[in-house]
Write a protein that binds this ligand. Structure first.
Ligand code: F6R
Length: 386
């Protein structure tokens, strides 16, 4: 039986449940000593997994955003091409899938009608299916060939939070497992990723320390009508989910975009009335991450020049290494749950479920550290000094 414990509502409790949800999802499935990921529940033979030609991921809402992040993970670690579909659109595009392929169905509840229908469509076409479900023995879990449960615990709040981070952890584990079965990864590589995964819950705990700062930022931005959420590479689906959370939790309009796409249209809208939330973490040891970071800085500079207001996530490590946002280090915040509370105070009405803080994800190589490092969200001063 779920219990709010010391928290005023389920959503904030579930946000703070994330470290434990990640621990329970990751720990039983890895052996650091042996350098292996154990996923017996996949129930598809190693021979079949070795011969897979293509993977489709189908899901709805937040679960689909986790699937988009999973696409980066699986392609990077296995070289298998991965498509991601909206479950509600899957049947309309006559998906050309069949034998020798795998469809991964992601769902918190395991009962979403669109996702169930997509799973049945995939099975009817001869594809093998694996469900990633948070609810044991749900319809989708029962109908799949294999099921990997997210052990996030019951998610009562409408807005999906701890299930989302646990879904991404499962996708990372599955990508590692496939890479291991297909002999794309050495034991040492797998061990390195396992180490990072085992560190993740502690890092999320660090991020959650930003909660009071989030509230301050929410107070400042609560009257704003529209937000743009931006991210590059695997941060793009995370930005999409940030925008979705803001919409459903605060009734504030928000869009998620790939950062590089802003110059192809949305730039025209960026001014004082459209704050930009940009994911801009950096791993100094990863050239891909550094390049994206530099591009992000150039974007931020451009937004500031056109009077944009920018809230950027930066990570603790690049901050302490003297990166560009060092001067704003004490003004950190992740601004979503707070916007809900503030919007309520401003008389916008009360959403069905109270709000949440932004999410943190996981992912591998050229962007792995972008996500595995603790992040902090900082307001970029009006005059950007870089
Ligand atoms: C967003 C949210 C929804 C669900 C979507 C799919 O916070 O909760 O977008 O992610 O309705 O639900 P599941 O994952 O249960 O299939």
């Amino acid at each position: 039986m779920a219990d709010k414990g010391r928290f005023p509502h389920y959503m904030i409790k579930e946000i703070f449940d994330q470290p434990q949800g990640l621990r329970d999802t990751i720990q039983p499935r890895v052996s650091l000593e042996q350098g292996i990921v154990k996923l017996d529940e996949v129930r598809i033979s190693p021979e079949e997994l070795r011969d897979l030609r293509r993977i489709s991921i189908v899901a709805s809402g937040t679960s689909r955003h986790a699937g988009m992040a999973g696409q980066y993970m699986i392609q990077e670690l296995t070289n298998i091409p991965v498509d991601v579909d909206y479950a509600s659109e899957f049947e309309y595009r006559n998906p050309l899938i069949g034998r020798g392929e795998l469809t991964i169905v992601i769902t918190q509840s395991g009962e979403t009608a669109d996702t169930t229908a997509a799973q049945r469509e995939a099975r009817a076409k001869g594809s093998r299916t694996i469900a990633i479900s948070n609810v044991v023995d749900s319809t989708i879990a029962r109908e799949a060939d294999g099921v990997i449960y997210t052990n996030a615990g019951p998610e009562i709040s409408i807005a999906s939070t701890k299930a989302f981070t646990a879904q991404m952890a499962v996708l990372f584990l599955f990508a590692l497992y496939l890479g291991q079965v297909r002999e794309k990864l050495s034991k040492e590589q797998v061990r390195r990723y396992i180490r990072e995964l085992l560190d993740l819950p502690g890092r999320v705990e660090t991020v959650l320390q930003s909660a009071p700062e989030c509230e301050r930022l929410g107070d400042k931005y609560h009257t704003v009508e529209d937000f743009l959420f931006l991210g590059r590479a695997i941060h793009y689906p995370i930005a999409m989910d940030g925008a979705l959370k803001l919409k459903e939790v605060s009734y504030i309009h928000a869009e998620g975009y790939p950062t590089g796409e802003t110059k192809h249209g949305p730039n025209a809208l960026i001014d004082e009335s459209l704050p930009v939330v940009i994911i801009a973490t950096c791993d100094r040891n990863d050239p891909g991450s550094v390049l994206r970071y530099e591009k992000n800085l150039a974007n931020i500079k451009g937004f500031k020049e056109q009077s944009g207001r920018v809230i950027a996530t930066n990570d603790f490590y690049s901050r302490s290494s003297g990166a560009a946002f060092a001067h704003s280090r004490d003004r950190a915040a992740a601004a979503v749950r707070v916007l809900h509370d503030s919007a309520k105070r401003a008389g916008r009405g009360s959403p069905a479920q109270p709000g949440k803080v932004g999410n943190v994800g996981v992912g591998p190589p050229s962007w792995v550290s972008d996500l595995l490092h603790p992040i902090k969200t900082a307001e970029v001063p009006r005059r950007l000094r870089i």
